[in-house]
Design a protein around this ligand. Sequence first.
Ligand code: FE2
Length: 267
Amino acid sequence: MTTANAATNTPLCLVQISDCHLGAKPGSTLLGMDTDHSLDAVLAQLRRQHPDIDVLVVSGDLSCDGDAASYQRLLPKLNKIARRIVWLPGNHDDLATMHSCVDSALLPNHIQLGDWQLLFLNSAVSGKVGGHLNDAQLALASEQLADRPSLIFVHHHLRPLGAEWLDEQCIDNAEALFDILDQQADVAAIVSGHVHQESDQRYRGQRLLTTPSTCIQFAPGSRNFALDTLNPGYRWFSLGANGNWQTGVERVSGVEFTVDRTANGYA
Ligand SMILES: [Fe+2]
């Protein structure tokens, strides 16, 4: 495990990638985009720009359909990219299959990272697109968070983003989590995927971040399903001692991606 950063005063590097939608076979596509090609491009840029990553979080929808082959194919793509890798399930994933494919160390609900703690909540509900936090996940939030700088990762977004079709898929009991976090002064941000777009908002004293997908991008503020023209990307965090931190989003540059812009939805 990564050692505390207090000793060296060097910020820790955490990177989040999300919504890879990998298929069972190479070359599988999502709305015309080859999700292997787009993920490979994101990871190539990530390895160039962040060669020393402490933790890489893959925040859900790793697979397009929960097939074991997609998880088995993802593993070598991430080889040696970070000192620690964490997988979090999304609505397209199958958690039992994930557990069958990787060491349980990749599926923690809570880890310490230097001065920081990271909490991973499962918002996926079998057979549903939208998110929910069951009692066990809410208990994790109330019992695991200690009095130290924290980041919470959860696949689904907590608050509407102004895109009606996606806003219906928010975590439907997010207020229960905010009630718990009212008692926690040191939560830096709650970080999600699922929405395939970057956002940064505040609600009830918490900072809420979302992150681009490694494949197709959804258009912000659209009432109905719509794709954006932006390239895939990732989010980085620089986590310093005493709770100082920074974050930003990087997108792939110099690569053109094929996508079906006439698509009016996806399963
Ligand atoms: Fe999702």
